[in-house]
Design a protein around this ligand. Structure first.
Ligand code: PLP
Length: 372
């Protein structure tokens, strides 16, 4: 099996798994209990929060643990709006993940106004358009999950602040893959998810520059300073912190490796003469290769690759049952004859040259068959 769908999820890092095991076996105490048995769980939670904060240059109290990136996104978009009247305005890019777009839809259904900021053919936000938007919250993803485009977050955040808005970025695809420093970016909120950076599934966090701006989105006990109730998932939080630290330390090495793999892969594809477009901007998440093949079916390509033991995605993995052209490809204005034949190959640090050569060979043969 060749796994090339790292934008959908990544393999759990062995060190992260080993760090988790004691909290699933011996140290199973509830971190909120006052007795000594829970002390080690409580300390693990504190250490993990500090580690994660230092990875993004935040303070520990600005890190709020959640169950996933989707929850972090919902908390900011819906949680903030619902604690204000319907005159609270939200602006998001057209190419956000559904974890942002669907909460926006829900807000619209109950009377809130949402503005959608367009992108150019590379998936980059039109800065001038962003300047003209009047809203209370602007949410723009750090990097797009389908085409890898990295947005100029620092500039977008500055523009939002000049217009008096708060700024959130969904950094689910970016964290652990490119350098992210919240103080430098000056973002108010940032969403992250562990399974995208070799951590466990079902755990994520929300960075909040000023957590007092948030209301409890999930109500119950007093965990996470009373802002996010639910017994802490200590093992997964520990796993997330180990995986993030490791990935952040390896960012430059991994980037070099992934750029080399991209080159090998694209050289093979170019040499074959197949007609394709590579989507995304110059600045992308390393290893994210979105390709659109003329007069092909992305879904059929995915199955042909699968028959050869290769895992890739059409559009976004979260939508892989949907055979329609994705909202992202529509937003970048890709011609239908190419858009329908889009697959996303997302390489990870564990992939090697032999694997990308095999993917290229199978892909070239499959496209050739389809164009007969
Ligand atoms: N945001 C982006 C950009 C994503 O790519 C994803 C998952 O694919 C999510 C949010 C949702 O993250 P999670 O799977 O942790 O809910």
């Amino acid at each position: 099996m060749i796994y090339a769908d790292n934008a959908a999820t990544t393999r759990l890092d062995d060190e992260a798994l080993n760090a988790m095991l004691p909290y699933l076996r011996e140290q199973y105490g509830n971190a909120s209990q006052p007795y000594s048995f829970s002390r080690s769980a409580k300390k693990a939670l504190k250490d993990a929060r500090e580690t994660i904060a230092s990875c993004i240059n935040a303070n520990p109290e600005q890190i709020l643990f959640t169950s996933c990136g989707t929850e972090s996104d919902n908390w900011v978009v819906k949680g903030l709006a619902l604690s204000h009247s319907t005159s609270w305005r939200v602006a998001v890019s057209e190419i956000e993940h559904h974890a942002i777009l669907n909460p926006c839809k829900q807000l619209e259904e109950i009377g809130y106004k949402v503005d959608y900021i367009p992108v150019d053919k590379n998936g980059l936000i039109d800065l001038q358009c962003a300047e003209n938007i009047k809203s209370d919250l602007v949410s723009v993803m750090f990097a797009n999950n389908e085409i890898g485009t990295i947005q100029p977050i620092k500039d977008l955040c500055r523009v939002a602040h000049e217009n008096g808005a708060l700024f959130h970025t969904d950094a689910v695809q970016a964290l652990g893959h490119v350098h992210v420093e919240v103080k430098d970016l000056d973002v108010d909120f940032l969403s992250a998810s562990a399974h995208k950076f070799n951590g466990p599934k079902g755990i994520g966090f929300l960075y909040a520059k000023d957590p007092s701006l948030l209301n409890a989105f999930i109500c119950g006990g007093g965990q996470e300073s009373g802002l996010r109730a639910g017994t802490e998932n200590v093992a997964s939080i520990v796993g997330m912190s180990v995986a993030l630290k490791k990935n952040c330390e390896e960012i430059d090495v991994n980037k070099k490796h992934l750029m080399m793999l991209e080159e090998v892969f694209l050289n093979a594809l170019n040499a074959s003469g197949v007609d394709f477009i590579r989507n995304g901007a110059e600045e992308r998440i390393p290893g994210n290769i979105s390709l659109s093949f003329k007069d092909c079916e992305g879904e059929a390509l995915l199955h042909l690759l699968d028959l050869n033991g290769i895992c890739v995605s059409t559009g976004s993995a979260c939508d892989s049952k949907n055979t329609q052209v994705s909202h992202v490809l529509k937003a970048i204005g890709l011609d239908e004859e190419y858009a329908k034949g889009t697959i996303r190959i997302s390489l990870g640090k564990n992939n090697n040259v032999a694997e990308v050569q095999k993917i290229a060979d199978v892909l070239i043969r499959s496209v050739g068959k389809m164009n007969l």
